[in-house]
Design a protein around this ligand. Structure first.
Ligand code: BEZ
Ligand code: FE
Length: 303
């Protein structure tokens, strides 16, 4: 259901509505001389929606000051390591909506989801069947699949970047000791196949010790992300895919705080007893492990 048309709120007199609408129209007209048509379109739309919001909730001056203070705090905590504005965009679903708009579903192409703040360029290269864990604690997980295009052709030599949090819910970059773990890249083989050892994903919170965390708390929301393993897949002439896979049965699937879950990305991480032989003969010294299949389909560029 759509909200009522808030610019014609019946509790507001017609005269008052006219005053408010005149201001909106005047601000919109202030962009008339903007020579960049796209910038003009964006600014006009932004003003239209911001004014409608203020009028919709009948925003008080005190509330607007609180909002300004909040945004100021978001700015103050942001530096080259901590990006609170992206976090804010993530928890408001703006990141995810931008991804939806820019990665239109196309045939059976794998769906995209949020990038998140923990990708690092130049993660180590591993061979097919290698281990991304790099000493990170967690249950070993065998990940395998194919990379294909939407015509079903295998995509050889696709670059597959993978990264994930450890069993304690932290990415390597969240530790201060400079470790590189839980991340790597590899290339699909000549038949488009790939496999690697990772860790069975576990749930973890987004950084919530700042203003975004306070906002989640004040609005009764959890900072938890559903368990996931990140992928970024690039191949010549195909659309770059940024996505995750999620763990079927995870109770956080319905409440992922950045709205990143899509049904097609929920995969069966099959638990294996310690006694089960591993696909590559790796000796896991009596540990349980899991395995998951993820077949990746890349859309053509520019669709
Ligand atoms: C993550 O996937 O790790 C993440 C995504 C969005 C915000 C914070 C964390
Ligand atoms: Fe993540």
């Amino acid at each position: 259901m759509h909200n009522q048309d808030t610019t014609t709120n019946s509790a507001v007199s017609q005269g008052q509505q006219a005053v408010e609408q005149t201001l909106t129209d005047t601000v919109l007209a202030s962009f008339d001389n903007c020579e960049n048509p796209r910038l003009k379109e964006i600014m006009r739309s932004l003003v239209t929606h911001l004014h409608a919001f203020v009028r919709d909730v009948r925003l008080t001056e005190e509330e607007w000051n609180t909002a300004i203070e909040f945004l100021t705090d978001v700015g103050h905590i942001t530096d080259d390591k901590r990006q609170e504005f992206i976090l804010l965009s993530d928890v408001l679903g703006v990141s995810m909506q931008t991804i939806n708009v820019n990665n239109a579903t196309y045939k059976d192409a794998t769906e995209a989801t949020v990038f998140g703040p923990f990708f690092v360029e130049d993660a180590p290269e591993i061979p097919i069947g290698g281990d991304i864990a790099g000493g990170a604690p967690g249950q070993p997980c065998w990940v395998e699949g194919t990379v294909k295009d939407t015509n079903g052709n295998p995509v050889p030599n696709a670059r597959i970047e993978v990264w994930e949090a450890d069993d304690d819910g932290f990415y390597d970059v969240q530790y201060t000791d400079g470790r590189v773990s839980g991340r790597a890249h590899l290339y699909s083989d000549e038949n488009g196949n790939y496999s690697f050892w990772g860790l069975t994903p576990t749930p973890y919170p987004i950084p919530y010790d700042g203003p975004v965390g306070k906002m989640l708390d004040a609005t009764g929301r959890s900072p938890m992300r559903a368990s996931h393993l990140h992928f970024m897949v690039t191949a010549e002439n195909l659309r770059t895919l940024v996505t995750h896979i999620f763990v079927d049965g995870d109770e956080l699937l319905q409440s992922d705080t950045v709205f990143g879950v899509k049904d097609s990305l929920i995969k069966n991480f099959e638990e294996q007893p310690a006694s089960a032989p591993t696909p590559d003969g790796r000796d896991l010294e009596d540990q349980t492990w899991s395995r998951v299949e993820f077949d990746i389909v890349l859309a053509p560029e520019n669709v």
